[in-house]
Design a protein around this ligand. Sequence first.
Ligand code: NAI
Ligand code: MG
Length: 507
Amino acid sequence: MTDWESSGSIQERHREAIAEATADIKFEAWIDGSHHSATNGDTFETTDPAVTEPIATVPRCTAADIDTAVAAAQDAFDGEWGSLDAADRVSLMREWADELRAERDRLGLLESLDTGKPLEFAKAEIDGAIEFIEYYADIARSHGGKQIPVGDESLVYTQREPYGVCGQITPWNFPLYLLAWKVGPALATGNTVVLKPAEQSPLTSIRVAQLSASVFPHGVLNVVPGYGDEAGAPLTEHDGVDKMAFTGNDETGAEIMKAAANTITPVTLELGGKSPMIVFPDADLETAAQAAADGIFYNTGQSCDAASRIIIHEDVKDEFTAKFLNAASEYTVGDPLVEGTTMGPLAHEGQYEKVTEYMTIGTEEDGATVRTGAVVPDDPALEDGWFVEPTVFDDVDNDMRIAQEEIFGPVQCLLTFSEYDEAIDIANDIDFGLAGYVLTENASLAHRAAADIEAGLVAVNKYPGDDLGVPFGGYKRSGIGRECAEESLDHYTQTKTVNMHLDDPEL
Ligand code: NAI
Ligand code: MG
């Protein structure tokens, strides 16, 4: 691949990269094993957030296209795919993973351009996505039912059966990674998929569906790009969809649940967070400072499990804050294509507006102390992109809007506590419950806090806490169900009980 850094201006570099990443690819909907434009002929452009220039034109699909895709997915389920043995199915998933691995660098470049992620991080996420697909292929064959002892006259057993057509809606912050969390368990358990990627970053989702062309029977994996209200809502409301999965905003999640209620369709939701990190007085402060920085600056803060409220014991507050500000200053804002950049722009204009508004709210309305950031970089090369500086608010009270609302940007909030119960109260005084983080060298204290924090995942002395095979999902407003793990297979299958009368043997 090209060495982008040798190219001239940031604009020239990105134009060259866009040309290389998109060469010979038609970014169209992928339905029933072939390219489709939108039925109504409409399109939209996706934008490179580092330079705010267009990358590609994509069909703006609507209900008619969703109908076509759901019908194709149903046919595939009723046909060849539905009759495959588990062994054959998962070996096709492995073949697909091989296709993706062969195009890993290009997928990484495309993801970096479409979302603004630093190129090396984007490539690592592509590797992670491929590993998830292989992981689900690996574990699916041991996912079965059980036998239940009800007496000598009956044999009762259960088996796990796929639902059929799965509707899946993904966000723009980790497009391909989150696709793998959903498509992986759905296909491994024998379902078919209609996926609607986020309108801000649909390109890698479209491409990986194309890369399944020589592997999956037609209609097994369909990707239909479009806007939430125009393509997402019709998918959610479709009576041909047998199971829905969504990652995104909590209010959109509520809409999806309501729509699914009409057709009694089961939903899994992975929604936002405002996850606490408690720094106890005995914590290793270097580790804590790095975790607090990675927890909010990785992916420019656009992570559902971001550690976005740091609750620090008063005895170590000053020392921690100095180390944390130092770790924050080591994040390098810049061109995602240039080596050494660790923080790219926000992924799209709407997010830029939201984050900069919260910077103002924190400064003016909430009146917190700005320790660093709350501004855009003064580098002229970055002025066309949606860049912001790592931002740290100090003296934050948990009632402030910046402490209660999900900002989804590189904006850290520092809070202080003196007693254990106070730390737990602050941690739990929030509508969300996706993750919690605990920094201490004391194992008993770590276990106690892990038990007391209301969250689906508690990580001790590290960020992040998600991993291959580790259940990931929320308490409270952060969602329903768990992804990344064996139990995800349960969400994509339903239990059939077989209860069989046994005669007395008369031999
Ligand atoms: P969103 O939840 O509206 O969008 C996520 C996906 O849902 C996209 O594919 C979108 O097209 C689709 N969608 C939107 N409205 C829909 C509807 N009525 N029916 C069906 N699908 C629909 O989130 P958005 O607007 O992109 O971001 C807003 C905020 O949500 C962010 O600032 C962040 O706080 C949070 N968020 C959380 C994410 C997470 O990982 N938990 C991911 C993305 C956003
Ligand atoms: Mg984009």
